[in-house]
Design a protein around this ligand. Structure first.
Ligand SMILES: [Fe+2]
Length: 464
């Protein structure tokens, strides 16, 4: 990819945005490329897919289960039980719930003579599976001083030992392998939630504690390149899961969509650019906002992204490394769909559809500032590819409602409740953030949250 047909420079040096158009050597990036090569996928350490083949699956089980506990290792015992809002779960609950998943969907049905660790844990740690039975109210997970953290770790060890028995005692059928694989991807989703929930828990504390110390050496990023737009051909395209390997059911079936020609921004919107929107009274002008967004701005008294604080005239941002001066070159993060949409309206652009995003992303290597980079925060753009930051850093809000793809059918049984029943009143985000673990992100991955959600690592890529 080397040509950019429309170079649209967006200057934020004044309290308004203007557009400077140049049309040099117009070349479009064709989306009618040959079939994707898998070479870059297999070479990228970020795309080590969970395999359903033994013994790799057993090894991955151990590694992924261990990572959840490693992510909790900086916590003090008092941190484990806090629920700072209804959407947040205490770290202790995440550790137990992911364990319950393996106990409920693997050990109880498939391991002979398995005894559950505790008869009431299914009530406590079932999240939303109606087929499995009643459960503790979500908003009251922070009220559970018992089981203790030590007992939750004992629960994990008990289930892990039983899973070792399952791995060694039966020939794993495709059904069992698929359920273990689903359980591992489920635990990886909760690893990301562990980080976002810990961040919210610490941000709610007036002491603003740090999950961990900042890196001793902060790399100096080059100046942020001007934001420009890269054009893509439209036409009849195919999106959805088409590779071998795991995908959640909501990524299928692959299907054709018709796209108009479109253009995507070359990088994410930065804090500095979003600050221009704030300083242009963006939060005070209803003309930029969706009606529901404007009501939310009023009722929640939003005037900046979640975790931004103005102290003595300077902007600071709560991070997993504690309070940090706002870095204007970093991608703006922890904004809702309402804020992303208002920003796009303010600069006379729009958010991409999920199909546009996927067509642009599908042939790029799945690499970027994901969890394995260990930055735990979005980073300034450093590369010079036509489109940067497509994977990692922040989840990118799209304008697409989270709906079933044509022909979608949930899986049979209780795990069919995993995704399908949430396909209402939510919006799709794409690309992953600095929090998803290795191997968890792919081009067809569909994240989804309600429009007012801000505690995830969510940001903005413009389209036109
Ligand atoms: Fe879950």
């Amino acid at each position: 990819m080397s040509g950019i047909s429309a170079f649209i420079e967006m200057s934020f040096s004044e309290n308004r945005v203007y557009h400077h158009l140049e049309f040099e050597r117009p070349v479009k990036i064709s989306t009618m490329l040959p079939e994707r090569s898998t070479e870059s996928l297999t070479m990228s350490p970020a795309t080590v897919a969970i395999s359903e083949a033994l013994p790799l699956l057993q090894h991955q089980y151990s590694a992924i289960r261990q990572l959840s506990e490693t992510l909790c290792s900086p916590l003090e015992i008092e941190d484990y039980g806090i629920q700072s809002m209804a959407d947040v779960s205490p770290p202790k609950w995440h550790l137990a719930h992911t364990t319950w998943f393996f106990e409920t969907f693997l050990l109880c049905p498939f391991l002979k003579n398995y005894d559950v660790f505790h008869p009431k844990y299914s009530y406590l740690f079932n999240s939303y599976y109606e087929a499995v039975g009643s459960r503790h109210p979500r908003a009251q997970r922070g009220l559970l001083s018992r089981p203790t953290v030590a007992e939750v770790y004992q629960y994990r060890a008990y289930v892990d030992e039983a899973m070792r028995s399952l791995f060694s005692s039966v020939a794993l059928s495709p059904e069992i392998s698929a359920l273990i694989t689903l359980g591992l991807h489920h635990e990886q989703q909760h690893q990301e939630l562990l980080l976002t929930d810990i961040k919210h828990i610490f941000a709610t504390n007036p002491l603003r504690p740090a999950y961990r110390s900042a890196a001793s050496k902060i790399a100096l990023a080059p100046p942020t390149p001007a934001l420009h737009f890269v054009e893509f051909s439209g036409g009849l395209q195919t999106i959805g899961h088409q590779q071998s390997g795991f995908a959640f059911d909501n990524e299928s079936p692959a299907h054709r969509v018709y796209l108009q020609d479109f253009a995507l921004a070359s990088r994410l919107v930065t804090n500095g650019e979003y600050l221009e929107f704030i300083e242009a009274s963006g939060y005070e002008k209803p003309e930029y906002w969706l009606s529901e967004g404007w009501v939310t701005v009023q009722t929640q008294q939003w005037n900046a992204p979640l975790y931004w604080e103005q102290i003595d005239g300077q902007w600071w941002e709560m991070t997993l490394m504690g309070m940090q001066p706002l870095n204007l070159a970093q991608p703006v993060c922890h904004v809702s769909l309402f804020e992303a949409d208002a920003f796009a309206n303010w600069c006379d652009r729009r958010l991409p559809t999920e199909a546009e995003w996927e067509i642009a992303a599908v042939r790029m290597p799945v690499a970027g500032n994901l969890l394995e980079c260990d930055r735990l925060h979005p980073q300034p753009v450093t590369g010079s590819q036509p489109i940067e930051q497509i994977y990692g850093d922040v989840w990118e809000w799209t304008q697409s409602a989270y709906h079933p793809y044509p022909g979608f059918r949930p899986a049979a049984g209780a795990v069919g409740e995993y995704n399908g029943k949430f396909m209402c009143n939510q919006t799709v985000l794409r690309g992953g953030s600095c929090a998803p673990p290795p191997g968890h992100i792919r081009a067809s991955y569909r994240n989804f949250f309600p429009a007012g959600t801000r505690w995830q690592f969510s940001g903005i890529r413009l389209a036109m």
